[in-house]
Design a protein around this ligand. Structure first.
Ligand code: FRU
Length: 721
């Protein structure tokens, strides 16, 4: 028999052990939300109610890859410390194990006025009047894998996606599905064939029209449908939006919300935020936003926020559009080697380019010749850089130029690069699509210098080809989209209902469908980004959606662990001492000016020989922030080609008139998020370094960096503190 004292002892030991070891597995995020175990994707039903932030999320209760999708649930009072609750909406199967209903992404609201009729009496006030609950309503996509007849008579087709609702009268702890589900069974008649690709309803209360508004996605059509309702049960289609901007992939998880421009309450604007997969800024998943207006029925994008891919900016010079499809590269002044020797531009329709209209003609430069096996180089004539930007169309497989393997047997690049002074200063690869998309390089810092363009294809593997077209020199960049985050790991971003207009808080899934189910974590897979606050700011006369981590994150900061001013930081690397364990979980802020050098930055999760490192920096010539995870750690969990994981991510950030740049870097055990102080740059990137790689270094390239202030705060674990 176990005595009472032994019992107490075991409990205490168990509890003590639990606290010490809780959330300490390799790569376990310390200040990001992750489920205790199993697979997670999109944040769902973000709702602030009665002082509590609810976070529901796509969750597989049965495994560490996608499946059996349910809504997991956690709550917080500060967006920093999370308490796990039991599953809110759990995947349903029949007695034979056929899955009948998965709960896909959606949103949640509080029905304050009981428009839905789901409220229940909870007591009486002092006058004897009945007080009713304020029900929480979840609006989600019912994904029905198996054809069946519902008990309410609705006939469900296999693979159908419909919009449904469930309600809770106990603050989200338990949920009841509405017996009339689904509330929107099918897309409108003209899109009837899209019944398997109709999902992710975001609902909010629109005060001016006293209606509920829903935006849901026809994912494969890149169309968002806007509905209205008086009671959350009957919905009327009001309008549609799209395709626009990044549109070669599925549009998923849309949301729409107001913000004040530059903090001016008289100037309300509306933002559409959505995921695109594939077709993101790097490869696979990405997030874009569009600013415009919303009148209660229709979203109209600001003209400055929609980019017509067939228009090139006024005043730009076409350097090369590859229309000479019967000439060789040599005849148009270019050079070609290897399998490309003697060849020239090709007819786009014969070489696997998908959006032909994108190439503004018929000709294209391609390395897709005799299939993917062709290798060699194609080089432009030398030119003088005269404009601030070089913009171009690009498509193909993701095989980035990696400076540390270039020219070695491990080189696998299929890249398009800008060479200045004999150095590759910019390089782009495909985004794993055959659709030509616009990309641009800020070359203001190189004006007056000689340069050339270089296509290098050393790869014969799957998708190992590139298409390039319409190379223009311009003074405003030719954009494809407003990217919400310039890294690979921010998807399905969702915002909180229940906060006031200026307090728009967003959480993104910090992963990517391109490799997300393979990341080397166990027993959980995927984390959320840090919650971020959004605002709309006019920057250089363009309206931008800007973001910063929520201020409450600072409650986890330790006192300053390192703080130093460098009037000049010398060229080369300078190791700084950040004590363990905070060398792997910290906020590192740097404020700096250009000295005689060309790049400044920070190396994190590094070892003494720099064979492992995550490099974050600013390029003064390219006027851009970068994150380089080529050597950040494990990427062997991807065992196919192209491997979408390694890479270098770049976001333009013009040098302001103060000449001073500030970057705030949030490092956790398997991620890094970089924000600039204006909020226009966010780069979110997972990393999987060895525990032993924990050195912190500063670097300056090609000369000094000036007036550098470095401050490091550790970030305590939100799970044990
Ligand atoms: C986006 C997504 C959504 C869908 C959910 C399913 O990541 O594909 O469109 O609702 O995941 O888990």
């Amino acid at each position: 028999m176990v005595s009472f004292t032994t019992c107490v002892y075991i409990v205490l030991l168990g509890f003590g052990g639990l606290v010490r070891s809780y959330y300490t597995e390799p790569y376990r995020p310390q200040f990001h939300f992750s489920p205790q175990q199993n697979w997670m994707n999109d944040p769902n039903g973000l709702l602030y109610f009665n002082g509590t932030y609810h976070l529901f999320y796509q969750y597989n209760p049965n495994g560490t890859t996608w499946g059996f999708m349910s809504w997991g649930h956690a709550i917080s009072t500060d967006l920093v410390h999370w308490q796990h609750l039991s599953i809110a909406l759990e995947c349903e199967s029949d007695s034979n194990g056929n899955v009948l209903q998965m709960f896909f992404s959606g949103s949640a609201v509080v029905d304050v006025d009981n428009t839905s009729g789901f409220a229940v009496p909870v007591g009486k006030d002092r006058h004897g009047h009945v007080i009713y609950s304020q029900p929480m309503i979840a609006i989600y996509t019912s994904n029905y894998p198996t054809a069946h007849n519902q008990s309410n008579g609705v006939v469900i087709r296999a693979g159908q996606q419909s919009q449904s609702i469930a309600y809770s009268n106990d603050n989200g702890l338990t949920w009841t599905q509405y017996e009339g589900n689904p509330v929107i069974e099918s897309p409108p008649p003209q899109y009837a064939d899209q019944y398997q690709q109709f999902r992710d309803p975001f609902v909010f209360w629109h005060q001016p029209s006293s209606k509920w508004i829903m935006v849901a996605s026809l994912a494969m059509k890149q169309i968002l449908l806007i509905y209205s309702s008086d009671n959350l049960k009957n919905w009327t289609l009001e309008s549609q939006f799209g395709p626009a901007n990044a549109r070669f992939g599925q549009w998923e998880c849309p949301s729409i919300f107001p913000l004040y421009l530059d903090g001016n309450m008289q100037e309300e604007k509306w933002v559409l935020l959505m995921g695109i997969n594939p077709g993101g800024v790097i490869t696979a998943s990405g997030s874009q936003y569009i600013v415009g207006s919303f009148n209660g029925t229709t979203f109209v994008a600001d003209p400055s926020n929609v980019y017509d891919p067939t228009q090139i900016p006024a005043g730009s010079t076409v350097f090369q559009d590859f229309e000479e499809i019967s000439s060789t590269f040599e005849e148009i002044g270019w050079n070609s080697t290897g399998d490309f020797a003697g060849l020239g531009p090709q007819n786009a329709s014969t070489v696997q380019v998908w959006n032909i209209e994108g190439c503004l003609g018929i000709g294209v430069l391609t390395t897709y010749l005799f299939g993917d096996i062709a290798t060699g180089t194609i080089t432009s004539p030398t030119f003088n850089i005269t404009n601030s930007y070089i913009s171009f169309l690009i498509a193909g497989g993701y095989y980035p130029y990696n400076p540390s393997t270039a020219g070695t047997p491990d080189d696998n690049q299929v890249s398009f690069s800008l060479v200045v002074g004999g150095q590759i200063v910019y390089s782009e690869t495909g985004t794993d699509t055959e659709d030509l998309v616009w990309r641009n390089w800020n070359v203001a810092g190189y004006i007056g210098q000689e340069a050339y363009l270089l296509v290098t294809d050393v790869n014969t593997g799957p998708f190992a080809h590139l298409h390039v077209d319409e190379i223009i020199f311009c003074n405003t960049p030719k954009n494809e989209a407003n990217w919400f985050d310039f890294g690979p790991d921010l998807y399905a971003a969702a915002t909180y209902n229940g906060l006031s207009v200026p307090d728009r808080t967003v959480i993104g899934w910090m992963n990517n469908w391109g490799y997300g189910q393979n990341i080397p974590t166990s027993p959980w897979r995927s984390a959320m980004s840090v919650p971020r606050n959004l605002a709309l700011k006019t920057i250089n006369s363009v309206v931008r959606l800007v973001q910063q981590p929520v201020p409450s994150l600072s409650s986890l900061y330790t006192s300053t662990l390192y703080s130093r001013w460098f009037t000049t930081l010398p060229s080369g690397e300078t190791t700084i001492n950040v004590p363990s364990p905070y060398n792997t979980q910290m906020k590192l802020s740097v404020t700096f000016k250009r000295g005689s050098g060309t790049k400044f930055g920070v190396i994190l999760r590094s070892n003494a020989t720099d064979t492992q490192e995550t490099v974050i920096g600013y390029d003064f010539l390219g006027q851009s922030v970068f994150v380089d995870r080529f050597k950040a750690g494990d990427n062997s969990f991807v065992n196919w080609q192209p491997n979408p994981f390694p890479g270098r991510y770049v976001a333009t950030l013009p040098i302001p008139s103060s000449n001073t740049i500030t970057l705030n870097i949030f490092l956790d055990w398997s991620s890094v998020e970089v924000f600039d102080s204006t909020g226009q740059v966010a780069i979110t990137s997972q990393i999987f370094p060895l525990d032993a790689s924990a050195m912190v270094k500063l670097f300056s390239v090609g000369g000094t960096t000036k007036d550098l202030a470095v401050t490091v705060n550790g970030i305590k674990s939100s799970w044990t503190s």
